[in-house]
Write a protein that binds this ligand. Structure first.
Ligand SMILES: NC(=O)c1ccc[n+]([C@@H]2O[C@H](COP(=O)([O-])OP(=O)(O)OC[C@H]3O[C@@H](n4cnc5c(N)ncnc54)[C@H](OP(=O)(O)O)[C@@H]3O)[C@@H](O)[C@H]2O)c1
Length: 280
């Protein structure tokens, strides 16, 4: 039987893996704080996983602007240490990265071989993590994804539904990307592992949208009037970390690995909204 360990088990993606892998060892921040670099090897020595799925990350994009050192430790140095341990112990290592490694100036979907050029601190730390993981262990699998949503955590969809139940709201319509439901992402990453994929792989739900159009669809699926959601531009909502305007990830590898793309985002969003409304 495989001995799988999942870090970041309390997060959106970690929770999705926990549901798919009932026998996995689930590691919360209390079990393994990735800022405590000395504990990484000791903890993995004790657990002896043959597969390590790293869902832990410093994901506070705006906070990372003022705390890049901590973000770098969690998203880069700790990832390198986990990748190295797996390389030394013949274990598979999977970690997750982001559309924010790109600068958003492209006019077609980014593929795995496109050069990275992050425009914010979070993106810089994630790009560094990719590089360090591959250098430490070339058999690492790095799954880049975008706009992760779920029914289990507070996120963009839950925030929009809460706001829309109180009245009209404005949502930015000038950032394009691909929403990704955590359950689909976890299942897709496990298929990629089974296919022995290594290196960078882009995995998102299919179809491109904006935050505004995503919000409208969620509101409509919840049985509210989509016209409650009105479009606006990013400069109406200045935030500490700049966001790329074009965050669309495509894959040039799924086909050759024999992997199916994830479902269309609308299909998966309808499941998420249904689960939110049912309170699950
Ligand atoms: N969310 C997105 O839109 C998005 C987009 C692109 C890529 N990604 C990537 O996808 C992966 C999963 O994201 P997610 O949405 O599941 O993130 P999430 O919900 O924010 O979960 C992050 C997890 O990391 C844990 N964590 C944070 N700092 C830690 C530390 N110092 N030591 C140990 N654990 C720590 C958190 O623990 P606590 O619960 O204790 O805080 C939580 O379990 C990440 O690699 C992220 O960068 C996410």
């Amino acid at each position: 039987m495989r001995r799988i360990a999942v870090t970041g088990a309390t997060g959106q993606l970690g929770t999705a893996f926990a549901r798919l892998l009932p026998d996995a060892t689930l590691l919360t921040r209390a079990d393994l704080d990735l800022t405590d670099l000395d504990r990484i090897g000791l903890t993995l020595d004790r657990i002896q996983p043959d597969t390590l799925i790293n869902c832990a990350a410093y994901t506070a994009v705006d906070a990372a602007e003022d705390d890049e050192t901590t973000a770098y430790t969690v998203n880069a140095t700790a990832v390198e240490a986990m990748a190295a341990w797996c390389g030394d112990h013949d274990a598979r290592f999977v970690t997750f990265s982001t559309d924010y490694v790109f600068d958003g100036t492209a006019t077609r979907p980014y593929v795995e071989t496109d050069p990275t050029n992050p425009i914010n601190a979070y993106g810089r730390t994630k790009a560094a993590g990719e590089h360090l993981a591959m250098a430490a262990n070339p058999h690492s699998l790095i799954v880049r994804t975008s706009w992760v949503i779920s029914a289990t955590h507070h996120n963009f969809i839950t925030a929009i539904l809460e706001r829309a139940s109180q009245g009209p709201l404005e949502v930015v319509d000038d950032q394009q990307g691909r929403p990704t439901v955590a359950d689909d992402l976890a299942a897709g990453a496990l298929r990629a592992l089974d296919a022995d994929a290594t290196g960078i792989l882009h995995l998102t739900n299919q179809g491109t949208t904006t935050w505004y159009r995503l919000a409208r669809k969620a509101v409509e699926l919840a049985g509210l009037n989509p016209d409650l959601v009105q479009p606006t531009t990013s400069n109406r909502f200045p935030r500490p970390a700049p966001r790329p305007h074009w965050s669309v990830l495509g894959s040039e590898r799924l086909d050759s690995l024999g992997l199916d793309p994830l479902p269309a985002w609308q299909e998966s969003l309808s499941q998420v909204v249904k689960q939110i409304l049912e309170g699950s």
